[in-house]
Design a protein around this ligand. Structure first.
Ligand code: NAD
Ligand code: DAU
Length: 338
């Protein structure tokens, strides 16, 4: 199948493209704006693959999206493109509304016009908000609590409306927190790992009691690919990792795996409106036939391999943390504008 993957130069998108090219016979066009979070180094291993092509561009750019779909005779779209970091959305939400909402709308309109056979929207467990009790199911109402989550929820509603109004073939996946190689080190796990390697403290928001559920990125990619092929139009599928941990406990596990003491933990001011616990029930996707290994041993093994990856790929994250990658990005944008 000829698939347009948007946001494929980011963390999950780049892992997804590599997974697809390694495992399934597809032709992939990666359309990515290369924001501060987009990084073509993530794709160096496959950049010359004859089944892969990169197009630099914005999902809000109607002409470019239209032309790309037409030129490559695209059959399916998987939309990863997003502003993805909650703390940044709390500082300023405008780009989140633009890319996550307007960008998705633009893709939907063009995709409908081009009679795309399948459109998968990559969403998040954050759209349900926080729960102290039962895990959320796909039929639960949306209750996003931060601007990032609100922009993702809005995009989900648009997708739903395109299915109901036009019978357009939409599927939505909502996964929990991903971890693994190539995650931008502003996110909690790679921030902890890289700070420990650098001999720095690890910042824990508030009391550290907030709970997240963690899934290894390749397991999410496998689930997305499966659901893209086998899922039913108009349906939503949660993708859980079944590894719920408080941030403090996760920090302690990472410290112990890296042979460091808990003195490295530093409690800092809490995130505004910090959701206490994300938890989803993903029976529906498992019933469809998509499964993910779980259990403490598996989680620890994946965590260890992730730590090893950051140890072995210091140049990748040091370029980001030192600001070098961002500086090049600013210079590129400046040159383009002038
Ligand atoms: P990321 O920030 O690492 O990557 C986002 C990518 O989108 C970047 O390559 C960026 O350049 C690109 N992009 C941003 N704006 C764009 C635009 N206007 N046009 C084209 N490309 C644009 O994000 P990620 O962590 O890989 O997340 C990918 C998707 O998965 C997002 O939709 C996110 O909401 C969702 N998600 C992420 C997680 C997680 O734990 N990281 C969990 C659940 C869902
Ligand atoms: O749940 C899925 C979501 O997971 C995705 O939709 C988002 O795109 C992704 O960024 C992620 O959001 P979180 O806010 O859960 O991830 P983050 O890594 O920013 O934070 C994880 C937890 O760790 C959260 O409770 C806040 C806390 N934290 C985070 C940072 C950056 C800290 O305690 N200290 C930190 O320095």
């Amino acid at each position: 199948m000829r698939i347009l993957v948007t946001g494929g130069a980011g963390f999950i998108g780049s892992n997804f493209i590599k997974y697809l090219l390694e495992n399934i016979d597809n032709e992939i066009i990666n359309l990515d704006k290369l924001t501060y979070a987009g990084n073509l180094e993530n794709l160096i291993d496959i950049e010359n693959n004859s089944n892969y092509e990169f197009v630099e561009g914005d999902i809000c750019d109607r002409k470019l999206v239209d032309k790309t779909i037409e030129r490559k005779d695209i059959e399916g779209i998987i939309n990863f493109a997003a502003e993805s970091h909650v703390d940044r959305s709390i500082d300023s939400a405008i780009e989140f509304a633009r890319t996550n909402f307007e960008g998705t709308l633009n893709l939907l309109e063009i995709a409908r016009d081009k009679k795309i056979k399948r459109f998968l929207q990559v969403s998040t467990d954050e759209v349900y908000g926080s729960t102290l009790g039962e895990s959320f199911r796909e039929t639960d109402s949306l209750n996003p609590n931060n601007p990032y989550a609100a922009s993702k929820a809005a995009a989900d509603l648009l997708c739903h409306s395109f299915f109901k109004t036009y019978n357009f073939p939409i599927i939505i996946t909502r996964s929990t927190n991903n971890f693994g190689p190539y995650q931008y080190p502003e996110k909690f796990l790679p921030l902890m790992i890289t700070n420990i390697i650098e001999g720095k403290k690890i910042p824990i928001y508030g009391t550290g009691e907030n709970v997240r559920d963690w899934i290894y990125v390749e397991d999410n990619c496998r689930a997305i690919e499966f659901i893209f092929r086998k899922g039913k139009n108009g349906q939503i599928y949660n993708i859980a990792g079944k590894n719920e941990l408080s941030n403090l406990n996760l920090a302690k596990i990472v410290l112990s795996l890296m042979n460091e003491s808990e003195d490295k933990i530093e409690f800092v001011a809490d995130r505004k409106g910090h959701d206490f616990r994300y938890s989803i029930d993903d029976f529906k996707r498992r019933y469809l036939g998509s499964s993910t290994p779980s259990g403490q041993d598996y989680f620890t093994e994946r965590l260890k391999s992730t730590i090893d990856w950051y140890k072995q790929n210091e140049s990748w994250w040091k370029r980001i943390k030192s600001g070098e990658h961002f500086k090049e990005w600013q210079e590129r944008n400046y040159t383009r504008r002038n």
